[in-house]
Design a binder for this molecule. Sequence first.
Ligand SMILES: *Cc1c(COP(=O)(O)O)cnc(C)c1O
Length: 381
Amino acid sequence: MTHDAPSPLSPATVAVTAGRPDRVQGGPVNPPVVLSSTFVNQGVSAPGDLLYGRMDTETWHPFEEALAALEGARHGVVFGSGMAAVVAAVGAVPPAGVVVAPRHAYQVSLGYLDDLAARHGVEVRRVDIADTDQVLTALDGAHVLLVESPTNPMLEVADLPVLLAAARERGVRSVVDNTFATPLGQRPLDLGADIVVHSVTKYLAGHSDVVLGAAVTRDDALAAELRAYRTLHGSIAGPMEVWLALRGLRTLHLRVERANANAAELARRLAAHPAVVEVRHPSLPDDPGHDRAAAQMNGFGAILGLRPRGGADAADAVVAALRLWVPATSLGGVESTLERRRRFPTESVTVPEDLLRLSVGVEDVEDLWADLDQALAGTAR
Ligand SMILES: *Cc1c(COP(=O)(O)O)cnc(C)c1O
């Protein structure tokens, strides 16, 4: 759906109010879920007439509208997963074209780039996204710039205003994966991004009960391209998933506020813990990404990097000793989860073997701390 004037309302209010049905006497406060694969349609249909559920369906629109409003976009396009959105946005690179991407990023996004290289001769230039000069050099002759900031799982912070302006100047399509920051944490379209993609699975839906993705843009032609891609490749979302995501989105501001506060407090305490080698969180004043994040983000996010003393075995022991924290992949749910990333053979070898990625949830911070503290104490013995 299109969204024209910038909303004068604060993001918290937009999260609650966007994508509601018109107010009519006796009408529902929430948009209905329409379960229909086909729509009454004959002759030549007018633009916007619904025809068939793979092309467009009204249950997508309220979520698309709400996310577009939060990101300051004109168009929202919901997909069946975050990966479907990444592929739709990045896959437009021509055969033998050039993609610039962070060396640390969501593993499956990097895996997709490897696939593009193998099948279509695409050149993938992996960069340290925090090293602005390196990225600017790599943009020479490139077609697509994929950015994550903060990166998964290393939490490196890119200089978004500089990189996105440089991409625009050079005619390079910029795609920002805003899953970690959420639109409340940063709005890359305001900084010059062409397309923002999300794994809606994570913070936007927020309850670890749905897999979903989305892309947003201000550009009419790009929106048409993304929608055409979705129809052609069939990478569509189910109506119940989109309904769940909109339900989750209504409390995004509350969840993000609490999770970010919990994460910053845990980072501060962990940094002083004797059983900890390193903590990465942009809230920490001496974190390499702190100044940049403070300048371009609203809050510092709720993902922490933690390296316990004693190496990978000690890190596994910490995970096993936790009772409240859930050992699980994924992130952005109300419940706190963690995992040692290098347990996956596909994780970049430059990610330390002992790095735990923590997704801090919205529980009471003292309970989260007590559990971490007992688990770390057990391994220090
Ligand atoms: C999870 C994730 C994805 C992929 O999203 P899915 O919904 O799992 O397909 C992409 N980017 C980031 C940063 C993610 O965390």
